[in-house]
Design a protein. Structure first.
Lengths: 496, 312
């Protein structure tokens, strides 16, 4: 089966988000769809999966024109989508989720036995046969939930499967499992559309790559015939000078010193020293205690032992406000739930941390606030029409810059970064790296947790590797490579 | 049209509705649009508006305050007992408002420190405090106060024209407007209501924000109780029952989201006026009390449905 989209256009109000886009995916191929945030990938895939309908253009299956007006119709044609935010009802069981909306029944009474048997057999096809189908979805890890979604897609007799950022919240091991299943599906003739920001994965897993930019189709390449530089150039429309801007490290005195840090059961015995102007990267698998170090330093999690010194002064941090008062900033992992108040304006978000600076006796001086926000927006190249816009309306990259702007004005002596470029497109990433370098150059001590090894290697001076809540190794970033880090992160761990 | 202009237009929806109802009533009843009737309506509205101002804070925080009616009753009874005990009206008013703030802060502590859902916490307080009002007053009204000052609070006029409760309502409106738009506390209310976790991680003391908001809500209910007691020249232990629902209605009609983080005090004022104008207009037109409820309920549903339509 081959699905072809021809000349697809779509507008939302006056904004044209897709303009004559062509895209096709054939049986047994993994086809990457890439582009910066806002390029139109999601809209295109929503049209293919029936959530939106195109204003013009056509969809052909094996040469025959079809109309897809709903998700149901797409599914009937063998096209299914797995969204980045998984579509499960947390309180329902695995099998209830698998058969949601098409429960096998007799006169409205669900045939649980049949449902149980069929669920188990579909799950075993995606290597998740060990999952108890009666467990509620919320008790499964994200990785397992995703496998359940894939099993569901298979049970719908899916021949084209769209996966939107499937690895965004998976651990390395889960990614390995997922890739195994993708290869298996491919060999069984399923066509996969793979939407991702992660270049390494695309070059590892995909056969073809199609690039969108600003709602236009830029081109399609065989992965074997192209390279990172060409794809990025197609995406951003210009030569990206360097993926990681160069940085010159000049180390100052020790800023942050941590002795024997432990929290309530996630991490123990963590020692760190970060100099002014230094970036300390923290690598490791998900669940190894990387984020927990940051959360404990910032007073989100309770510290059960250890000492934290800033510029030689002993800190007693019990809550985030204490950390902020000491000059510590924290760019959290999940900007939507922890970093931003989505319904407030850009201005209100930016000044939330340091509102007191622009206030006297509790009364805000709007002029001073506006000036400060304007400066921060310029400094970080935040592209928004005006500061009164709700942050909800900004792109992922601009939202992340707003989070940085929040902390820039403290100004931070120590900045904790948790996955600082997650969900940010290539151009936005480069700008965030530049900001990190500027902060370091200004003497900030930076601690950065990241799951993207190339990012950790390029951006850090030293790299701390965590394993099962303890520090496993520390490397000089110049001398380290990905293999060493992965070995340190996984050594001695039981096979999955 | 910019995004900002669009939001402003959206926000003015309740005001347009109020204007439409007023114009309609002016045509149907010649007595409606007179100066004296206008101030009459505003005086009737003032008690609900004052409670609703406080309610706006708890709803902006994503919570609710069901205990306002009972706080009103306890404060009224306390004020009356103080005066009956031979003390001045000034002291009585002071005690009532302090007591209201105290009861509100108790809500705040249970919600912020005890991590109890606001609905449940204030539901419990609503019943508990109704009992306290009955116990204190022994179940019977306390009436006839000799203070001219106290009588003026509910029945007096400024410049022989504007009722004192209306002046109080407008003054408190101005204070709330200023606090919510210009102060750090106001900003923290919106931030906490919009995303409590992000606010906390930004160093906002969300517990203190909640505590203060419920304290203010209690104090506002007490102020409304003082005015009511003055107007009736009597404190009733059963007073204020159901007032929480009128206040919530005013807040929601004004466009404040029950999910928290979004709304404004002007909307609440307009919402309260809309309810008052409807009541007054239907009375002037001689609509029976039974039908009045049907009309009011329909208006509420219609307003909220229109609001949803504009959003999507």
């Amino acid at each position: 089966m081959k699905v072809t989209m021809q000349g697809i256009s779509k507008s939302f109000g006056p904004v044209r988000v897709l303009d004559g886009v062509d895209f096709s995916v054939a049986a047994g191929e993994i086809h990457a769809l890439v582009g910066e945030n806002g390029a139109g990938k999601s809209t295109l895939m929503k049209i293919l999966s029936g959530a939106y309908s195109a204003d013009s253009g056509s969809i052909l299956i094996d040469g025959d024109a079809v109309t897809i007006r709903s998700t149901r119709e797409a599914e009937a044609l063998g096209i299914a989508i797995i969204h980045q935010e998984l579509n499960m009802i947390p309180q329902l069981s695995v099998m209830d989720n698998l058969f949601l909306g098409r429960e096998p029944n007799r006169f409205g009474v669900i045939e649980r036995g049949r449902m149980r048997g069929e669920s188990a057999s579909w799950l075993s096809k995606v290597g998740a046969g060990q999952v108890d189908v009666n467990r509620t979805a919320e008790t499964l890890s994200i990785g397992l939930q995703q496998l359940v979604e894939i099993a569901k897609a298979l049970s719908l007799n899916t021949r084209v499967l769209i996966m939107d950022e499937p690895t965004a919240s998976l651990t390395e091991r889960e990614i390995g499992t997922l890739f195994g299943i993708m290869t298996d599906l491919k060999s069984r003739g399923v066509g996969i559309v793979y939407v991702s920001h992660r270049m390494e994965e695309i070059f590892k897993m995909c056969d073809k790559v199609s690039v969108l930019r600003d709602g236009h189709f830029v081109g399609e390449r065989e992965v074997a015939d192209t390279g990172f530089d060409e794809v990025v150039k197609m995406m951003v429309g210009r030569e990206l000078k360097e993926r990681f801007p160069k940085r010159e490290t000049s180390l100052g005195p020790v800023r942050l010193k941590v002795y024997d840090l432990a929290d309530e059961g996630n991490i123990t015995g963590v020692h760190l020293e970060v100099h002014a102007g230094e970036v300390l990267g923290i690598a490791g698998l998900i669940g190894a205690g990387r984020s927990e170090i940051l959360n404990t330093l910032f007073g989100v999690n309770r510290r059960t032992s250890g000492q934290v010194l800033l510029d030689g002064r002993l800190l007693s941090i019990k809550r985030p406000a204490d950390a902020i008062a000491a000059g510590i900033g924290f760019v959290t992992e999940d900007r939507k739930s922890q970093g931003l108040v989505l319904g407030l304006s850009l201005r209100e978000n930016v000044t939330l941390v340091h509102l007191g600076k622009y206030a006297r006796g509790g009364i805000i001086n709007r002029r001073a606030e506006d000036v400060a926000v304007k400066e921060l927006m310029d400094e970080l190249h935040i592209r928004a029409r005006d500061a009164e816009l709700e942050v909800k309306a900004l792109s992922g990259g601009n939202q992340q810059k707003v989070v940085f702007a929040k902390w820039l004005a403290i100004p931070p002596k120590v900045l904790l970064l948790d996955e600082p470029t997650r969900g940010v497109d290539v151009g936005g990433k480069a700008e965030i790296y530049h900001t990190i370098n500027c902060l370091a150059a200004a003497g900030t001590a930076i601690v950065m947790v990241s799951s993207e090894l190339p990012e950790v290697l390029a951006m850090s001076d030293r790299i701390l590797v965590m394993r099962e809540g303890r520090q496993a190794a520390i490397f000089d970033a110049k001398a380290a490579n990905q293999e060493q880090i992965m070995t340190a992160a996984t050594q001695g761990l039981r096979a999955p | 049209m910019t995004a900002q202009q669009k939001t402003t237009l959206k926000k003015l929806g309740p005001l347009l509705a109020l204007a439409a109802v007023c114009i309609g009533l002016a045509f149907m009843s010649p007595n409606f649009l007179t100066v004296s009737n206008s101030f009459d309506v505003m005086r009737q509205v003032s008690i609900n508006a004052l409670i609703a101002f406080g309610m706006t804070l708890s709803i902006l925080l994503g919570g609710i305050d069901l205990s306002v009616g009972s706080i009103l009753a306890v404060s009224s009874v306390l004020a009356a007992m103080t005066m009956k005990g031979g003390h001045g009206a000034g002291l009585a008013v002071g005690i009532a408002i302090l007591a209201g703030a105290g009861m509100g802060s108790l809500n705040g502590v249970v919600i912020a420190k005890g991590r109890v859902a606001p609905f449940i916490a204030t539901l419990g307080m609503m019943t508990l405090l109704r009992g306290v009002a009955l116990v204190l007053s022994n179940g019977s009204p306390i009436s006839s106060f000799s203070s001219n000052f106290f009588a003026m609070l509910g029945g007096g006029y400024v410049a022989r024209l504007i009722p004192v409760p209306v002046v109080l309502m407008l003054a408190m409106f101005a204070v709330f407007w200023f606090v919510l738009t210009r102060t750090v506390f106001g900003r923290h209310v919106y931030a906490t209501g919009g995303n409590a976790e992000a606010a906390k991680l930004s160093g906002v003391n969300t517990n203190r924000v909640q505590l203060l908001a419920y304290t203010v809500s209690g104090a506002m209910a007490a102020l409304a109780g003082v005015i009511l007691t003055s107007r009736l020249d009597s404190a009733q232990p059963t007073a204020g029952a159901g007032y929480e629902l009128d206040a919530i209605t005013a807040v929601v009609l004004g466009g404040t989201s029950l999910a928290g983080g979004r709304g404004w005090i002007f909307g609440t004022l307009v919402g309260a006026l809309l309810i008052g104008v409807l009541n007054n207009g239907l009375n002037l037109m001689g609509v029976s009390a039974f039908y009045q409820q049907v009309v009011k309920g329909s208006v509420i549903l219609l307003a909220v449905l229109l609001d949803r339509g504009r959003r999507t």
